[in-house]
Design a protein around this ligand. Structure first.
Ligand SMILES: Nc1ncnc2c1ncn2[C@@H]1O[C@H](COP(=O)(O)OP(=O)(O)OP(=O)(O)O)[C@@H](O)[C@H]1O
Ligand code: SF4
Ligand SMILES: [Mg+2]
Length: 323
């Protein structure tokens, strides 16, 4: 069942220091016409270089950032133009897990109090049941209930991130947006958190939008993957299809920039040259053309067509697989 459908979403920010009172104001087009969908129980990876708009897209879907245009259909209701009551339902059914487990938790509150506050304020659970529910949540994320009395400072990064996940699960969400939620953790702890997310997805039929830089983790965790470049999704499809036969030159370069993902594949000289251009001044035509080794004259003039091969979509003039 389709839980989330995003259509033509745009988010723009007024560029710092540009034109006061709207005169000559410049806009950062952080999310520039994104469409994607997520079904119940599905994990969608969102990858792309720093500044491509991943976090802004995640925050806009949860209406934590103002939307400039487009639709965010959650259970069929458009949250982009949502009434207050709809946005409140969105808040009750969605949660976010952040990158830094320490700063995401209040250092002065015990773990148990942090979880209890969410249960009391957001779930209206009676006081008599809260302690039991806190214990259940800690057990669910693989922590001993005795940790409830501890403060975040006395826990490891991995334990803190488990608490962050427990806090997200407290409201029994249907959709979780995890923004670089394992990036700050050691590799072995990352594996444990990924396993936990996989298990919870199975058990609770959660839909997860998993934002990450690390393509190897995305390949392991996600059913589908979307690749973002300068505010647009340039390629999207089933994870194995995208990783084994990427179609967009940007995806190819991203995959080839991490040789360990497939040691049998020769590393070509296609790693990405330079930095992405500023989203203040998006290139004409295909936004990737100034960095694309396959660019043709038409690429600078008109936006590329969107191609669809059995649900594997990409926007590029090239029709043949690159490898
Ligand atoms: N509040 C804001 N005001 C102005 N510009 C912003 C704001 N938030 C983000 N941006 C800009 O929007 C663009 C997208 O930023 P965003 O944080 O969404 O990227 P990201 O893909 O999450 O990057 P990273 O991988 O580094 O987390 C960037 O150019 C950023 O500078
Ligand atoms: S449309 Fe042109 S510039 Fe854009 S990715 Fe394809 S070949 Fe490269
Ligand atoms: Mg980000």
């Amino acid at each position: 069942m389709t839980l989330l459908q995003v259509k033509g979403l745009q988010v723009r920010f007024a560029a710092p220091g540009s034109g006061p009172f709207g005169i000559n104001r410049q806009w950062v087009k952080a999310v520039n016409g994104v469409s994607l969908s997520l079904t119940t129980g599905e994990v969608l990876g969102l990858v792309g270089e720093s500044g491509s708009g991943k976090s802004t897209l995640g925050r806009a879907i949860l209406r934590l950032t103002e939307v400039s245009a487009g639709q965010i259909l959650f259970d069929g209701v458009d949250m982009a133009q949502g009434k207050r009551i709809d946005i409140e339902r969105l808040r009750h059914e969605t949660a976010m897990i952040f990158q830094d487990p320490y700063t995401a938790l209040n250092p002065r509150m015990s773990i148990g109090d942090t979880l209890a506050e969410v249960l009391r304020v957001r779930c209206a659970i009676p006081a008599s049941l809260i302690r039991q529910r806190v214990d259940e949540l800690l057990t669910l994320v693989g922590l001993r209930p005795e940790l409830a009395d501890r403060k975040p400072g006395s826990l490891s990064g991995g334990q803190c991130q488990r608490v962050g996940i427990a806090r997200a699960l407290a409201i029994e969400p249907r959709l979780i947006i995890a923004d670089e939620c394992v990036a700050a953790l050691d590799v072995s702890i990352q594996g444990q958190i990924i396993n936990l997310l996989l298990e919870l997805r199975q058990r609770m039929n959660l839909a997860i939008l998993f934002i990450a830089h690390d393509l190897a983790i995305v390949r392991r965790l996600c059913d589908r993957v979307a690749v973002m470049y300068l505010g647009e999704i340039v390629e999207e499809g089933p994870t194995e299809a995208v990783f084994s036969s990427p179609r967009h030159p940007y995806t190819v370069a991203l995959i080839q920039s991490i040789p360990h993902i497939d040691p049998t594949r020769p590393l070509l000289d296609a790693t990405l040259p330079g930095e992405p251009p500023s989203p203040l001044n998006l290139p004409s035509g295909c936004a990737f053309h100034p960095r694309c080794r396959y660019a043709q004259p038409i690429c600078a003039k008109t936006p590329p067509p969107i191609r669809d091969i059995n649900g594997h979509r990409y926007s590029c003039v090239l029709g043949e697989p690159l490898f």
